[in-house]
Design a binder for this molecule. Sequence first.
Ligand SMILES: *Cc1c(COP(=O)(O)O)cnc(C)c1O
Length: 378
Amino acid sequence: MQHFQAFDSAFAGIDHLTCYSVKACSNINILKLFLKEGSGTDIVSGGELHRSLMAGADPQKIVYSGVGKSCGEIIYALKSDILMFNAESPQEIDRINKIAGSLGTKGRIAIRVNPDVDPKTHTYISTGLKENKFGININEAYDEYIRAAKLENIDVVGVSCHLGSQLLDVTPFLDALKKVAELVKKLRAAGLTIKYLDIGGGLGITYDEETAPHPKDYGGKIIDSVRYLGGTLILEPGRVIAGNAGVLLSKVLYTKRNEGKKFTIVDAAMNDLLRPSLYGSFHRILEVSRKAAAKVSCDIVGPICESGDFIAKDRELPDFQPDDIICVMSAGAYGFTMSSNYNSRPRAAEVLVSGDSYKLIRKRETYEDIIRGEVDDK
Ligand SMILES: *Cc1c(COP(=O)(O)O)cnc(C)c1O
């Protein structure tokens, strides 16, 4: 909550709409907290639209990004009357046009432009480079805008971009905005109404010792560079709000040594927190249950049958013993939302903590949950 307010207030000086990025942490109880603060949502699927609506989001504060929106998802979004689609290809625009026509409505769109700026983050979470699958190359966007504006059931209302995630420097944002601002001016000169400038999410957080820009600094610099354009600025923060608001707790099951290397085997695994396995991400590990005296070099690994199943590698950590509880820090964003049932492991419970009170907001899954939906022809 504090993180949301810190972020949103950084843009108090300008007409703006903060659309929390649902995929970072999507429990409807969490969404409700931000909605109460006036947030909208940034969604990337019909499922996230459903969550947003269930949590009570104002459809006029929902923006929908993603390269592969299906017909069903487009119908759902049009019927829900969301604020706009961030359209990512000419074919998608044509499809929105066609479906909107058949529903007797119009699809509001921004085109997601790919500004070809290097966000200097992990390659898997860079999205604004010209070789990435996202958006339309900014040099081709003008022609596509002119074409889209002529379609009968399309209302062009904005320009959007999103560079990637975990950016630790404001400069790539400003470089991208310079290019996007040029496009906005050209489009307006051609008579298009560009009301919304959506600059996506991507602001980074501290996982280890990296320093991330404070939202105030980020907000101030962004405002300075776009204020003269007018209109409404849309922001899609995810990680910066949820990342350091959540932890993963896990119990130590066993310790062992293989070839002189210590492994601490815990009951959480890559199905609970995929980031270390997927991106080689660093998460700080703290001890919860007792103060272990000595530190030892070890890997923290889960029970899953994959060598890639680790939570921490080659780290100097307390000499954990069975039944100790460890705390995996910075697990609030892309933690539970990326979790799976791999190895038929029930997913973890989610608990919302505020001061010294807490509330269960998602039950621990059961074995029954795991096979729900599977057809059993007796
Ligand atoms: C993932 C995503 C975001 C949020 O990114 P963070 O790095 O979590 O802030 C925002 N917009 C789009 C289009 C995204 O795909």
